[in-house]
Design a binder for this molecule. Sequence first.
Ligand code: 9UX
Length: 72
Amino acid sequence: SEAKAVFSVIGMTCSACAGSVEKAIKQLPGIRKAVVDVLNNRAQVLYHPNFVNEETICKTIENVGFQATIIS
Ligand code: 9UX
């Protein structure tokens, strides 16, 4: 089954920032969909929990250079 997670992403200032976060998330295994909203500082991700988890996604966002926390 599929899981949904929402992250707060702090530090994005332009749409290219959001694009780089989306690209990094989508390169992980088990990602179904990733939408990053620079205006609301949010990332919404649909993923397969057998292949990836919230913590890995969170760390991936931080590795791009932004502060990320799991909201739900
Ligand atoms: Mo451009 Mo967004 O360098 O930080 S990607 S402003």
